[in-house]
Design a protein around this ligand. Sequence first.
Ligand code: T1G
Length: 701
Amino acid sequence: MSNLVSYERERTIGVITVDNPPLNALSVGVRQGLLDGLAHGLRDAGARALVIMGAGRTFSAGADIREFDRPLAPPDLNDVIGRIEASPKLVVAALHGTALGGGLEVALGCHYRCALRSTRVGFPEVTLGLVPGAGGTQRLPRLVGAELALRIIASGEPMPAERAHSLGRIDELIDGDLRGGAIALAERLVAEGRPLRRLSAIDDKLEAARRDPGIFDRFRQEIERQARGYLAPFKCIEAVRAAVTLPFAEGLRRERELFLECLASPQSRAQIHAFFAEREATKIPDVPRDTPTRPIGTAAVIGAGTMGGGIAMTFANAGIPVAVVEASEEALDRGLAVVRKNYAATVEKGRLTPAEMERRLALIRGTLAWETVADADIVVEAVFEEMAVKQEVFGRLDRLCQPTAILATNTSTLDVDRIAQATSRPGQVIGTHFFSPANVMRLLELVRGARTSTETIATAAALAGRLGKVWVLAGNCDGFIGNRMLAGYFREAAFLVEEGATPEQVDRVLYDFGFAMGPFAVSDLAGLDVGWRIRKGKAAARSTDLRYSPVADWLCERGRFGQKTGAGWYRYEPGGRTPRPDPEVAALIAESARAQGIRRREVGDEEVLTRCLYPLVNEGARLLAEGIALRPGDIDVVYLHGYGFPRYRGGPMHWADTLGLKRVSDEIARYHRVHGRLWEPAPLLRQLAEQGKGFRDFGRA
Ligand code: T1G
């Protein structure tokens, strides 16, 4: 037996154990080991039945995703599962941890399944741009019916074992010793003479769908909106439809066709890139995994505004008691009322019980007494975005907080080092840039100052995990990673409409690319006054020789802040959120063009797309060269989780690689010739392009 899969018999039950840390991925060695283990069990005359289980923390997390960038080596997982299912001896799958993807498909090839209650089972393939490729789309419908199988497979969501048990996906829940429980179950099934339940041969559960083939089109319509632009969810529907309309063997062949089509798609490569980039982002070269961290038992947030309230909710959602400090009773009451309203809305949607809402609210303590921060292990400042205000707050916190407390700033653009200088503990100061709404958006930019200690970084990273955040470590600069890159995106959008495009054309192009909203609709949603205040703060420092579009300022001067005032780049019906083109805005844009001597012209969609997205790539290359971002994948993670970049494109840097950096670099050079200094190509981008490389090669020898 290989060291990846072992076989031993206990009484009359042969136990086949997969041991491929950390997650028993079904690598080629494991697949071969399963075949060998099965053959051993069938030869073992003393074994009347078999159990298949996983060692370590989980049954199996599925196929080894790292094998997907090369031709799939034999033995094929379908063959392995087919042999398990055809076994003349009864086979029980014993599940714990996560039985996902191919792992769950192996379990479905077994005749019975048992699991610890803590187990989660699911088909996450669709989140990788794939469909289950080893019989999952053919066997699951035969177990739970086509309609439920559609939802399970196209959602990619794992399911707790108890719910799976109620649906018949798991036959028995085991408490305590899984191995012992599985062996006992196998012995009982044999003693009772229970049949070898081969799902490939059972199709009574498909009758309902055969009588109502409309379920597939209804389901397609149901997911149309949120799966817009994605390929895999719709291929999942086709695979399940094949289970209903074709004999098993043909259905399996159809599934394999769909799987290979998805595997070869740029969408799957992008989503697999995102999967690994999210994990790579948590590896900081000078902050190893065993860096000591400080325990975070209690927190405090300074400021109960939109950000402060959302951050407080994030702590409460993680079960961490949090004090919220405000300057006035009125501001505090307003902030806490918003928190309660947010929770109530979640309860309304059925995603939180009233009891759980009260439990979380009880963890949030509003106060005007700054002394409350004295026992906090971390304090997150979320006050007005003005340096003087933040420095005053940090000086006060430094005096009031316990010596070991971490002082975090939620600033979105200001200099973390200057904030840290207001304290006697710069090593314990870090940027924690939450994205609004903080209790919903998963991205957290951790910003290391020049003197932020590795222990502080490690502690903040561990906390980010507890808060359910996807975090990326950024160096300290104006705008860190995300906002610094975003400046060019909005700048070019404003320039394009002065040159002849319209706000609705620009928004449509970015929407069609895959963003939920284009730049003008986003600005109206977020509020134009936010950027206006920042621009006014920097007006003195702005280079006068660089093109600048005043239209956004003009809109703000007219009180057009966006949806909240009923008008911004678009106008809105009272209480409405549908953007409507506004002739008044078109006139302002034309006036700005005239004042700058810009001759308006027809602007094509391709130019709109590249003029808006290439600045992200160009600035991203600069961030890499400056060390503000450690990896191109880190930048992609920021944009996927913080800015709604479509996941099936992989993020701006991955997307640029799919275009080829030579093309991107040449087009940026052309824009540089036409539009001047703002389009100065980043040296790293040009260098990679000249070497025929991609960002994927950055940092590799
Ligand atoms: N293949 C290869 N590596 C994997 C892996 C996998 N399936 N799953 C995790 N890893 C690596 C991961 O990159 C990280 O590496 C380490 O393991 C720990 O992972 C044929 C086609 C199971 C919920 O999509 O969702 O089966 O950074 O940090 O937080 O139909 O891992 O340490 O070097 O995520 O405890 C379907 C993917 C595959 C599951 C555990 N399966 N994994 O989370 O650990 S396609 C999946 C996860 C398939 C079949 C189809 C999570 C987890 P490193 P981690 P975790």
